[in-house]
Write a protein that binds this ligand. Structure first.
Ligand code: NAP
Length: 242
């Protein structure tokens, strides 16, 4: 059985990914502030006959990342599948954006993936097998008003993931990006009804995305059967970016 780590695995898209991977893998549900929610996700997997544990991991802090991997390894586990899902927003129109608003988003959404991926690759290289899946965003492809920091972090993830795919393909390690469109989670809960309707108007598939829409694609990319797919960006966006 493979072992997966999902950063930010306790809610939203990360929760759906954890539950889906929990059908076939041992899952470490990463949490930063939502420990109780992580415990509930683990319980749900275990109640369905799966294996899950929770692990504290603040991706913006390399010491926290290293401690989390030490804990996982001290349990006798190695991460075969890394899901770089944790992410935050701090929106502001660019002329008014403060440097700390820029740095915080780059640190969590981009540099955090550097810490987790480099650490996870140690064992993947040794085992000659691995899957790294990055949760970017269509905003990293198209840009978005008020989200220059977030768009830069999510675009950075794409170049980063493609570079890893080229370096690691010969070791049976794939590196792919899933770029969600508008998905119903806490991150998008402040968008008002009128804006939601406007977004739906622009989609080919006339509904807001569900976390499970993203999780199903991530689950496929984490499997053996996806071994010939690497360096790709797959939008899960109801046709927003076509
Ligand atoms: P969400 O419900 O707000 O969840 C965000 C997750 O990120 C939480 O589990 C949170 O963990 C974790 N997190 C935040 N800062 C962290 C840190 N420093 N270290 C570790 N974990 C941290 O948002 P979501 O919509 O599920 O977002 C998941 C991913 O999808 C993000 O990368 C986001 O950018 C991306 N995305 C979302 C949408 C959308 O429409 N929802 C669209 C495109 C891309 P704690 O609660 O434990 O702190």
């Amino acid at each position: 059985m493979k072992t997966a780590l999902v950063t930010g695995g306790s809610k939203g898209i990360g929760k759906a990914i954890s539950l889906e991977l929990g059908k076939d893998c041992k899952v470490y549900i990463g949490y930063n502030s939502s420990k109780e929610k992580a415990e509930l996700v683990a319980k749900k997997i275990i109640d369905s006959g799966g294996i899950a544990e929770i692990v504290e991991i603040n991706v913006a802090n390399n010491n926290s990342v290293l401690t989390a991997f030490e804990k996982i390894e001290s349990n006798g586990d190695n991460i075969d599948i890394l899901i770089n899902n944790a992410g935050v927003t701090k929106d502001n129109i660019f002329p008014r954006m403060k440097e700390d608003e820029w740095q915080e988003i780059i640190q969590t959404n981009l540099t955090g993936n550097f810490y987790t991926s480099q650490r996870a690759l140690k064992n993947m290289i040794k085992n000659k097998w691995g899957r790294i899946i990055f949760i970017s965003s269509v905003v990293g492809i198209s840009g978005n008003k008020g989200q220059s920091n977030y768009a830069a972090s999510k675009a950075g993830v794409i170049g980063f993931a493609k570079s890893i795919s080229k370096e690691m393909g010969s070791r049976n390690i794939t590196s792919n990006v899933v770029a969600p469109g508008y998905i119903d989670t806490d991150m998008t809960s402040s968008i008002n009804d009128e804006s939601r309707e406007n977004i739906i108007d622009q989609l080919s598939i006339k509904r807001i995305g569900k976390p499970e829409d993203v999780a199903n694609v991530v689950a496929f990319l984490s499997k053996e059967e996806s071994e010939y797919i690497t360096g790709q960006v797959i939008a899960v966006d109801g046709g927003m970016t076509t």
